[in-house]
Design a protein around this ligand. Structure first.
Ligand code: AMP
Ligand code: GLY
Length: 423
């Protein structure tokens, strides 16, 4: 089989390394990919949101299967365009991807179908948001831009001044463009967070092993929100009992709700959950694999991922047994100094050989090959990942790998997994 993967980050690299394990696959292409991915797949300089470009590339390379990994092309309808040309795909169509593309949609869906989530109200006018927040006078509160915002569309003001400033940025200055035309204001929930990625063909849902992200830039969950600074799997807060409750009250009801809305979801549905004192609640849905959750979940997948993709495509997922490695997995993100704000690019990365390092798996997120040299090219640069019989062993291995890789001002959290170890 010839497989094309759309995207360019650590998540896509993890998908590609897993696809490469399939005996059914003899060629993998990636668009646009990155420096490290080019060791595992042929990279083509076509943008991940360039729908016509990707359809043409799929034709050119005679792809048998196209995996659309990032949120924006899914929300734009890339899968619909590929299907219209007869390509088999992995990822939801446009109608289903709205579950991530619009927070207003997803909140209304949860309300309509009784899926547990934070109480909320929708606004399309900044003055109304502020008078509502003023009147409620409960802080912290949570304000979310309706549309996609590179994972940065959520603010959690501690007081009215912060709320006013945030609403101005989102709804008036439009820092996320049209994504800020509407906002959701919701109740602030507390409790440990769990990420659960789930395979679904729209009929059955098969959750993958759980994981825990570390979203803040600095140790001790301080600093700015990022795309994710590291992950561990499994997540100890996701006990068997919580898993059963999630299946009954969240996973199946969500799949059924999407069917009832004529928006059957096929692909990987990401459940961002909070285990509150009142039980698990949905913080967010994503219409795709998480990044960097994928980097700790897929190394534990024992079943051929291409078999899973095909089963989802043909609606036969319930017949497939999906098997997982019992071991723990840890991923430490090495980021550019300055991330998630501005950072330099083009810094040489040393310590890797053909992008790899013995003892760990190095997923490349923001790297580029520059005349044979590997250099930094993004905020999150590498995801250094290891399996271990225990979580401490996985963490030791991953951090040992990190200590051997260098680029100027590399920044990484030293406490990935510590919260999980204290659970
Ligand atoms: P999101 O981009 O929706 O994942 O939100 C980013 C982060 O904001 C989440 O991982 C949570 O830590 C936090 N968050 C989002 N919604 C809430 C909420 N209702 N209560 C408390 N924290 C939240
Ligand atoms: N790591 C969070 C996400 O992929 O949205």
């Amino acid at each position: 089989m010839r497989v094309l993967v759309v995207g360019s980050g650590g998540r896509e690299h993890a998908l590609i390394k897993k696809i490469k394990e399939s005996p059914r696959v003899d060629y993998i292409a990636c668009a646009p990919g990155n420096g490290g991915i080019s060791y595992d797949a042929e990279c083509f300089n076509v943008g991940a949101t360039d729908i016509d470009g990707i359809v043409n590339l799929a034709k050119e390379i005679r792809a048998d299967f196209v995996v659309v990994a990032p949120d924006d092309p899914l929300v734009l309808g890339m899968v619909d365009a590929l299907n219209a040309e007869g390509f088999k795909t992995f990822g939801p169509n446009k109608a289903a991807a709205i579950i991530e593309g619009s927070k207003v949609f997803s909140k209304n869906l949860m309300l309509k179908y009784g899926i547990p989530t934070a109480d909320y109200k929708v606004f399309d006018n900044p003055a109304d948001v502020i008078s509502y927040i003023k009147e409620k006078n409960e802080f912290p509160t949570v304000i979310k831009a309706d549309g996609l915002a590179l994972g940065k569309g959520v603010i959690i003001p501690e007081n009215l001044d912060e709320a006013v400033a945030g609403v101005k940025e989102i709804m008036e200055d439009k820092i996320f463009g049209a994504s800020g035309n509407k906002v959701v204001v919701e109740e602030f929930l507390t409790g440990p967070e769990v990420s659960v990625l789930a395979f679904t063909d729209g009929k059955c849902v098969k959750p993958m092993v759980s994981s825990m992200d570390h979203k803040r830039a600095l140790d001790g969950d301080k600093g700015l929100n990022t795309g994710g600074m590291g992950t561990v799997s499994p997540n100890p807060y996701y006990t068997d009992e919580v898993a059963r409750e999630c299946m009954e009250k969240i996973f199946l009801p969500t799949i059924n709700a999407m069917n009832a809305e004529s928006r059957t979801f096929k692909g990987c549905l990401y459940f961002g959950l909070m285990i509150t004192p009142k039980g698990p609640k949905v913080i967010e849905y994503n219409c795709r694999f998480g990044d960097p959750e994928t980097q700790v979940v897929l190394p534990r997948l024992k079943t051929d991922i291409v078999d899973i993709f095909e089963a989802i495509n043909s609606g036969t997922l319930s017949d497939l047994k999906i098997e997982w490695d019992e071991r723990a997995c840890a991923c430490v993100i090495m980021a550019s100094g300055g991330y998630p704000k501005s950072y330099p690019k083009g810094l040489e990365i040393t310590g890797l050989e053909d992008g790899n390092l013995d003892g760990v798996t190095v997923y490349h997120a923001g790297t580029k090959l520059d005349g044979g040299k590997l250099v930094t090219a993004g905020g999150r640069v590498l995801g250094v990942t290891a399996l271990g019989d225990t979580l401490p062993e996985a963490l030791d291995k991953a951090y040992d790998g990190v200590s051997k890789i260098h680029f100027e001002n590399a920044h990484y959290r030293k406490d990935i997994g510590q919260r999980a170890l204290k659970a």
